[in-house]
Design a protein around this ligand. Structure first.
Ligand code: SF4
Length: 330
């Protein structure tokens, strides 16, 4: 396999809370390879967005801190560089698009101005050239009559159009890594499909690595080549998407897949009942010493409550942290 473009190793992120120190990410290892779309999946509070903020070095300090680990982009540890250097990396080498574009776009500037400003900030040049590039970017993300719409303000656009503007802004400086944090959650299903198609198309054209963060296994199946499943700040399973979807090893992964509706046009096909995962993600200040998923896991054994499972390799590029593997697994 090629050298990773971005490599997270042994990352630990902590927050001071009234109930003590919450370890929101613990011992996380993730590698991103050139030209791929990597999915990070898990419920809210599993540490997905905190992983993204750590890569961008935007964890709020205090109360948070990156307590341990390395995040290397092309070998350069982003956790060790100056804030000035990091400002050059954000929006340039690594860009991010967020769930709700209305809160990320400035309501008092036109969308064209906002994209042009990003270009001027990172690449300099004339205002006219930056504006022209902004219009080209709006065209590239499928916004009709881009030279007119570039003069519009965010509130004059639909949710889908605003998310396209965010994607245009994120790609304006040709980032090597694009982090998309629940990019379609606020959009209706047909617009979701359009945004996914757009991201896949742009990924092919630009070669950027995309990190898709989502709670939706359906979106992962649609978009990603590899997937990392996170639970309570830890990676519990990772591997190629096809392998994980057809042969999940961790009970949490199985639960996430069971929540995705199965649609079929064939009325004779047997219906697959939807399942749910009982309970909720535990507070990060109250994790015991064993497997954090144990209180919700129908397969939990005594050992699970006492010892944190270690990682096992279960296939090519497929790893899982669950004591069932040692017991000849599900
Ligand atoms: Fe369930 Fe035990 Fe595996 Fe944790 S280690 S997921 S509790 S079987």
């Amino acid at each position: 396999m090629a050298e990773p473009l971005l490599e997270i190793k042994d990352l630990r992120v902590e927050f001071d809370t009234r109930d003590g120190v919450a370890t929101v990410i613990d011992g996380l290892d993730i590698s991103l390879y050139p030209g791929e779309i990597l999915g990070i999946v898990g419920e809210s509070g599993c540490g997905k967005s905190m992983t993204a903020l750590s890569i961008m070095r935007l964890v709020p300090v205090p109360p948070g801190r990156i307590a341990k680990g390395t995040i290397r982009l092309d070998g350069e540890d982003l956790l060790q560089v100056s804030e000035k250097r990091m400002r050059g990396v954000r929006g340039n080498a690594i860009s991010m698009i967020f769930q709700e574009p209305m809160t990320s776009l400035n309501p008092v500037f036109s969308v064209g101005d906002q994209i042009a400003e990003t270009i001027l900030l990172h690449e300099g040049g004339s205002k006219r050239a930056a504006w022209q590039r902004a219009v080209e970017m709006l065209d590239a993300v499928g916004i009709p009559v881009p030279e007119v719409r570039a003069r519009e303000y965010p509130h004059q656009m639909s949710g889908g159009m605003r998310q396209r503007v965010m994607i245009a802004m994120a790609l304006a400086c040709q980032p090597r890594v694009l982090i998309a944090d629940e990019p379609t959650t606020a959009l209706d299903v047909t617009v979701q499909a359009q945004i996914f198609d757009l991201l896949k198309d742009l990924q092919k054209k630009t070669g950027a690595v995309i990190v898709l963060i989502t709670h939706d296994m359906g979106a992962i199946a649609e978009m990603a080549q590899r997937v990392v499943v996170m639970y309570a700040g830890r990676k519990v399973e990772d591997g190629p998407v096809d392998e994980i979807l057809t042969n999940p090893k961790h009970p949490y992964t199985t639960g996430l897949i069971g929540c995705v509706p199965h649609l079929s046009a064939d009325p004779s096909e047997e219906r697959v009942p939807l399942t749910d995962i009982p309970g909720v993600v535990p507070p990060m200040t109250r994790l015991g010493q064993g497997c954090p998923f144990a209180p919700r896991c129908s397969e939990a054994m005594d050992k699970c409550r006492l010892e944190m499972p270690t990682q096992s390799v279960v296939g090519e590029d497929h790893r899982v942290s669950c004591w069932l593997i040692e017991n000849d697994g599900p």
